[in-house]
Design a protein around this ligand. Structure first.
Ligand code: 9MR
Ligand code: ZN
Length: 524
């Protein structure tokens, strides 16, 4: 019996998934303290689940709305783990999802009793193919490795700023980062740490370098132990456009906090835009002597769409509006496709009229996607809006939840909100692996993430969303442990499994956004 191991908000839809239940047709929700049955419900009929090679039944217990701790029983099955019902069940999870970024800070000493580290990667970096040295210190380590890459950084920044926009009251100023208590919400301070690094990656002419890493990934060492020379790789138009969009977005959020910083963000965005106007598709691929993450892309169309939408939103200028209107509407919320951030910019702006063609097109494309996701979610016993599990599938699930959450806001249709919550439930336990994919939470969560700081210390850093199920068997541990498993179960909690059990800043960030979008949380 699998449930969301962290818990459910009082008023949200609540479902558990049952397997190997034989002919059982009833289940009970039991108060974990008093051991009293508080609810008895009927199971659905059999649902065939070919991707997990299971037959499932589903039990809905949305009627249980009283805060407390519960578990679920069904005939002779082992009971579910204990979970909570309450309106603040995600409060500390939300805080930790952002705190992870502080612990990923590069170029500064990080204070934490377990995961603190001295300043790392503070030497000058060499621009690839030249003798020129520049300072690009700062920012967050991308993932389990210590690279810093513009394209995924832009996704993370967008998720966090839109999470904050969605529900500012969830974010306090006391999460224990160095800027806590400065009168600015910690989430904005944290994002600014990344933005300031991104600014150092912009060239005089407006273009933006794609990434800074060493030549190869390091061994499983703490960040300050990676001391090989840093290399800044050539500029790309995807990095430049993503940078442009992030800076234009940032402008709005820092206007009242620090107007000089905000103005600088906007003027950098405009310089990046001018560069893009003069330079078509400059796609990035790794130089042959560099083997770190590539974040390559076939097209920069969706990045340009996002940049135009964000600049139109920030300035209201007809220049950007006509640029936007001349483009095909794009979709996507991952590092390779970012069009939906353009749509979100249009749909959640106070200043863009709902009668503009840009707004109408964005709304249509978001609702079309939401309907497709709703139908996928409806045909999965686990409620997950996925039919294929690729590297980082948990991000795809969180992204799906965000699109569904936006559709709910646009239409007020509860089915969208229920499906958005089902994505969160999947990430936190309602999945064929029976795992809460967020470290340190739930009853069973990853203990051996592919994350160098955790590996060096021998203990999982809390507050990280792992990549999750990946049907493509892309590392030796996945090949060894998962090849006989059905697609939806190909996940292994093994530190060598970077294709299922790594973490990244841009897998955490859509979880942050999804939690903010679906409701309450925040404790600080
Ligand atoms: O998240 C990326 C995934 O979509 C790709 O399939 C994979 C292989 O190219 O790379 C992932 O990104 C990794 C990046 O290249 C380096 N830092 C760790 C990232 C997460 O595994
Ligand atoms: Zn570092």
């Amino acid at each position: 019996i699998v449930t969301n191991q962290v818990g459910y908000r009082c008023d949200s839809q609540k479902t558990a998934v049952f397997r190997n239940m034989g002919s059982a047709s009833e289940f009970s929700v039991v108060n974990a303290v008093t051991k009293q049955t508080v609810y008895t419900g009927r199971l659905s009929g059999d649902k065939t689940n070919s991707s997990a090679n299971e037959t499932n039944r589903v039990g809905d217990f949305s009627q249980v709305t009283t805060p407390g701790k519960y578990y679920i029983t069904c005939g002779s099955l082992d009971p579910s783990y204990t979970f909570e019902i309450g309106d603040d069940v995600y409060g500390s999870l939300l805080d930790d999802s952002v705190k992870m970024l502080y612990l990923q800070r590069c170029g500064t000493a990080v204070q934490d009793s377990t995961f603190g580290h001295p300043a790392c990667h503070s030497t000058m970096a060499t621009i690839y193919g030249t003798n020129q040295q520049i300072d690009v210190s700062g920012g967050w380590h991308d993932a389990g490795d210590y690279g810093r890459y513009i394209v995924p950084a832009a996704k993370a920044v967008a998720d966090l700023l839109y999470a904050y926009q969605q529900n500012p009251e969830l974010y306090g100023d006391a999460s224990g980062i160095p800027e806590s208590g400065n009168g600015v919400p910690d989430i904005l301070d944290e994002v600014r740490y990344e933005l300031e690094w991104m600014q150092k990656m912009q060239r005089q002419d407006g273009a933006v370098y794609h990434k800074v890493t060493c030549e190869n990934f390091p061994g499983y060492v703490a960040p300050e132990k990676e001391t090989a020379p840093l290399i800044v790789t050539p500029v790309s138009s995807t990095a430049t456009a993503d940078f442009c969009a992030s800076m234009a977005l940032a402008y709005e959020f820092y206007k009242d906090v620090d107007s000089n910083f905000a103005k600088d963000c906007l003027s950098r965005a405009e310089q990046a835009w001018s560069y893009l106007e003069q330079n078509p598709n400059l796609n990035f691929s790794n130089p042959s002597d560099i083997s770190t993450g590539e974040y390559g892309d076939k097209s920069d169309r969706d990045e340009r769409y996002w940049a135009a939408a964000q600049l139109y939103r920030a300035t209201g200028s007809s220049k950007y509006e006509s640029a936007l209107n001349s483009m095909v509407v794009c979709t996507g919320m991952d590092w390779a496709t970012v069009g939906d951030y353009g749509n979100i910019a249009l749909l959640t702006s106070d200043s863009i009229s709902k009668s503009t063609s840009a707004y109408t097109k964005a709304k249509n494309v978001v609702l079309t996607q939401a309907d497709q996701l709703l139908s996928k979610s409806g045909s999965s016993p686990y409620g997950v809006a996925l039919t294929k599990y690729d590297w980082g599938s948990n991000m795809t699930v969180a992204n799906a939840g965000i699109i569904l959450g936006l559709a709910y806001q646009l239409t007020d249709q509860a089915s969208y909100l229920n499906a958005a919550n089902a994505q969160l439930d999947y990430l936190l336990g309602v999945n064929p692996v029976g795992e809460c994919f967020f470290t340190g939470y739930g009853t069973v969560s990853p203990e051996n993430p592919h994350h160098r700081p955790s590996m060096a210390i021998g203990k999982a850093m809390p507050g990280m969303l792992v990549g999750g199920v990946n049907q493509n068997l892309e590392d030796s541990a996945a090949k060894a442990y998962c090849q006989d498993l059905p697609a939806a179960k190909r996940y292994v909690d093994n530190a060598e499994s970077y294709s299922t059990n790594e973490v990244t800043i841009y897998w955490n960030s859509p979880l942050t956004y999804l939690v903010a979008l679906t409701g309450e949380g925040g404790s600080t």
